[in-house]
Design a protein around this ligand. Structure first.
Ligand code: NDP
Length: 400
């Protein structure tokens, strides 16, 4: 039985707290800490049958984090604050001798650039201290890494190409809103696209390549747009047979129209501008006026479908396998008071934590999800609400 410290009381933090409280055979005590403690208390109040403790912390401040971890004495810190806090929380875990888990890789505040190099650089320090850091234990990154590992383990002798395809076929009825933190979301989708081809990254314009994908189980065809996503970086490193890796996401015409206007008028800029004698960052101001993703929970209907199409060779012949999960926004809200985007991120974070705390995935050092046996993770993930489906094809099907 373990005590866990969750940092970040946003959409994902809420789901993580609910799901840890459900897994009483693993978690004996939970502390939820964030910048705004009232948000922690509001989440704790949704779970009357588990005594969730709350605390205030500025996760940009290592001494504050160290003091909190020393006071709470958790076995694991689950970081579901923002990617900007990854390194400070890892530093505090090293200083206090506690394992670490997150769902998104580090991103400096002043550059819209995310890559694993900063966190992989902690490898020796975590190893020397006998501590583990599990990186990217959300859905994408996270479950998509595990699906790729499953394809490599059980379905293909050699994985040669992957397409990670993320559809939000839901609707929140708002003119424009993002399903997770607007600042992180808009930085991600407006960044130049990169995909992996023949041993190198190939750069192209943001969302410049469009295809259609016929999603399963009645969702049907939707436009998907190619963009950069962090799990490709670790997957091509750890599964070096992958010659081509691409990430695709659905966006509605309405979302793209609003985004284009916001970009054109400068509202997505991340540099400071002078306004009424004060310095403001336009994207941070935009976040303040857009709907809080948490408020979309009761409004969102429809489903998400996130999966991996892995192509390769099996018994000397071309073969393709599509592994996916479908998640229903309204069912998530009924269970944990959140829409499916936060749910599909928060549940894998808790399953990653369970893998670490039960010793099924525990090794000193800094790891990505595909480096461990996918099956124990997927067994628990299915039981906790995110089962997967495997579709095998005897040839490679091209995206058109
Ligand atoms: P939210 O913006 O809803 O929540 C972030 C929380 O972190 C807020 O409670 C915020 O506090 C808190 N926070 C921010 N800065 C600090 C700080 N300096 N100190 C303490 N707390 C802080 O984001 P989400 O819940 O949507 O996302 C959480 C994480 O999950 C992000 O890193 C995101 O990138 C990741 N994610 C990963 C996905 C995946 O599949 N792998 C998918 C979706 C998200 P306050 O309330 O005061 O602002």
């Amino acid at each position: 039985m373990s005590k866990v410290l969750i940092i970040g009381a946003g959409g994902v933090g809420g789901v993580v707290t609910h799901k840890c409280a459900q897994a009483r055979d693993v978690f004996s005590a939970i502390t939820l800490a964030s910048r705004t403690e009232s948000k922690c208390r509001a989440i704790a109040a949704q779970i009357p049958d588990f005594p969730v403790q709350t605390a205030q912390v500025d996760a940009d401040n290592v001494p504050e984090l160290v003091a909190l971890i020393k006071a709470e004495k958790p076995q694991l810190v689950i970081n579901v604050a923002l990617p900007y806090q990854d390194l400070t929380i890892m530093d505090a875990c090293l200083e206090t001798g506690v394992d670490y888990l997150d769902t998104a890789n580090y991103e400096p505040l002043d550059t819209a650039k995310f890559e694993y190099s900063w966190q992989w650089a902690y490898q020796d320090r975590f190893k020397e201290k006998g501590l583990m850091a599990l990186l990217g234990s959300g859905f994408d990154p996270g479950v998509t890494n595990v699906y790729t590992a499953l394809a490599a383990k059980n379905y293909l002798d050699e994985v040669q190409e992957i397409d990670i395809i993320d559809a939000n076929a839901g609707n929140h009825g708002q003119p424009f809103a993002t399903n997770f933190n607007p600042e992180i979301n808009i930085r991600e989708v407006t960044a130049p696209c990169r995909h992996w081809e023949n041993g190198q990254w190939v750069e192209s314009g943001p969302l410049g390549t469009k295809r259609s994908f016929d999603f399963p189980e009645g969702i049907g065809p939707m436009n998907i747009y190619r963009m950069y996503h962090e799990e490709m970086e670790s997957l091509v490193k750890h599964i070096p047979t992958i010659k081509k890796a691409q990430f695709w996401m659905t966006f509605s015409d309405n979302y793209l129209k609003h985004l284009e206007v916001l970009q054109n008028v400068g509202m997505t800029r991340i540099d400071e501008v002078e306004f009424n004698g004060q310095k403001i960052v336009p994207l941070q101001f935009l976040k303040a006026v857009l709907p809080d993703p948490g408020s979309l929970g009761p409004l969102t209907k429809g489903r998400t479908c996130i999966g991996v199409v892995a192509k390769g060779i099996k018994d000397g012949k071309k073969k393709q396998v599509y592994i996916y999960n479908i998640c229903d926004h309204e069912a998530c809200y009924r269970e944990v008071k959140s829409q499916a985007i936060s749910y599909t991120t928060g549940v894998p974070a808790v399953v990653g934590a369970i893998m670490m705390l039960t010793g099924k995935w525990h090794q000193a050092g800094v790891y990505n999800m595909e480096q461990f046996d996918p099956e124990p993770f997927l067994d628990v993930l299915s039981k906790m609400g995110l089962p997967h489906v495997v579709v095998e094809e005897t040839d490679w099907l091209e995206l058109t």
